[in-house]
Design a protein around this ligand. Sequence first.
Ligand code: BGP
Length: 471
Amino acid sequence: MSFPNNFLWGGAVAANQCEGAYLEDGKGLSIQDVMPKGVVGPVTPEPVAENLKLTGIDFYHRYEEDIRLLSQMGFRIFRMSIAWSRIFPKGDEETPNEKGLAFYDKVFDTCKAYGIEPMVTLSHYETPLHLAKTYDGWRNRRLIGFFERYCRTVFHRYKNKVKYWMTFNEINALWHFPLMGAGIWTPKDQLTEQDKYQAAHHEFVASALATKLLHEIIPDAKMGCMVLGALSYPMTPRPEDMIAMMEADRNVMFFSDVQARGYYPSYIRKRWEKNDIRIKMEPGDEELLHHTADYVSFSYYMSKCTAADCSLYSKGAGNLTSGVKNPYLEESEWGWQIDPAGLRYTLNYFYDRYQKPLFVAENGLGAVDTLVTDDTGHLTVKDDYRIKYLKDHLLEVEKALEEGVDVMGYAAWGCIDVVSASTAQLKKRYGFIYVDRNEDGSGTLARYKKKSFHWYQQVIQTNGASLHSDQ
Ligand code: BGP
């Protein structure tokens, strides 16, 4: 048996992609409420009806049914996020919104009742809109204080309910999508590298501070860092492509290097020196960074290729970042290249570098699903393509475990269908559970079990052994 008995099998969602109820019970607006097309479209002055996230999949009212369904699959962990703007509607208030806090009490109590451990991301692409507009998000050092107050509030409140936490979802996304990644309101073409490194510094300090606080308030809790784990292969064995790969990977690993090792790596300090980038730090910042993450997590959907001259090759599509197309891989309907072995490589790469427990925070296949009637007259989706994707990836997780990598667990992304992050679509589905809601917003919101629901249930029940059967 390669999967340890305490392996955390589960799935993941984010508040802004599933909850809906965007103004209910005192919630303030978040940046997502004015991003109707995800990162591919413009922001709107006010929330507009075609923004599917305003209603999401109505998890806010249906969480009990949803968590029950997840428990039927045997989930041990449910990665979810707290919408910061439910707790502090504008982000800079002194006093939290009690109704927002009460909502997550109910969610965590339900998880407990069904034997599921919640894993909570504190900031998953949902900076309160007021912080973005008034302070320019994480470019402003004052965000550290606001975040600290938010963390302190939720750590005290959920002290006995939540053991696993994460600070920033895909923290490296701020580099490519500063608004979604770091609530930066200034258009991205007006930002310099210096601005982005400065915003990253504020997030690193905030993350370290949150880790310190967590350990003080809930001593047995674990804090994770989380990066978008799209590593590169060199397009050819030419030495210059290899060097390009090293640099591309550093752009990812820089973020986890700081959070997992507790200091800025020399390659970044040299880059700053060379490019005359001066990061403003306050006394004590660097000492604070020593409060490193207890575990390291990443999302993994695909690998990418890199070359010294990328213009020689065709460009690939991808999860917020992309590189050159790998001629040896197939791709999803959204053009994301499918590379199960890349997950094994990524796990080994991270473990070699940090020697800390790893958690696969997201993995999955976004696809168009069709609801059909099965032999027993029930509505379902025959998603063999998804089963194949997940099975192939989990077999690679198993290989990494066999190689000695300490993998704590695995969360399938969008375990129940949610609105997509990059394109804000509902037709791009990842779940084991189908949600009846269409791209035009119509639908009953009823939940149906897909074929993959029963498959994953079996995988968890056998602690991975069924991955080796023919199914
Ligand atoms: C990651 C995000 C998730 C998620 C996932 C899939 O970048 O952390 O929030 O949605 O990607 O991406 P998408 O929804 O765009 O298909």
